[in-house]
Design a protein around this ligand. Sequence first.
Ligand code: ZN
Length: 263
Amino acid sequence: MVCRSPSARRLNCVAWICLLSAGGGGSALGRAAEPIVLAEDLELYPVVAGVWRHVSWAKLPGSGLTPANGLVVIDGSEVALIDTPWDDGQTAMLLDWADREKRATRHVVVVGHAHQDCLGGLAEAHARGAESYASALTVGLAKRHGDEVPRHAFTDTLTVRVGKRRLELRHAGAGHTQDNIVIWLPDARVLFGGCLVRSPGARNLGNPAEADPAAWLATVERLAALYPTARIVVPGHGEPGGPELLTHTADLARAAAAGQTAD
Ligand SMILES: [Zn+2]
């Protein structure tokens, strides 16, 4: 399927997006606000002041058109991408927007895990002088895969400052992958769970290739204990929600670990 323009894409893609367990780009929390459409395959949804959810789409073999979430955090002249979009072109458009509209001059990228929906545009960000942060596991996997490699590694936790804002990075355990991390914005009480957290409409754990359901359950229970004040929880794909997304993901992981699906 080819989506030719933002409006055409919106109409044409509705059916596709509804078919995806990941869900679409319309934010439950940002429903009242219109997205900023940067391209037919790249949109921004406001989350809280200074924080947007970027949604990019890629055609994946066997899965069709697939949306992925990341965040853009801007404070003063500094911008952080929490996960890049799928590719360099989308990442260039996103950074152009931050530079042009928000006058960003310092660029930071946080990579949630070593998959294309997290680091597919890292080469473009590096070409623009971005600093990049990821877990040591992600750095090792990116090297092994021959992907662009994040430049700063941490083991358990790391705090990255973007203007006055703090991004708290944590490897809380395995789940979707061994290396998946979460990012906590304490001032806004926003938890970016990435692919460790499933959207409200998800009926299973998603791509099972590297998943560890038993560890996933323990990890997501740890997240609920670590971030009891979370107000907004953003999954790697699909709609954001509140802390109930952690419970929902735990239920899916429990079912998968027991050899069932939640369908
Ligand atoms: Zn992934």
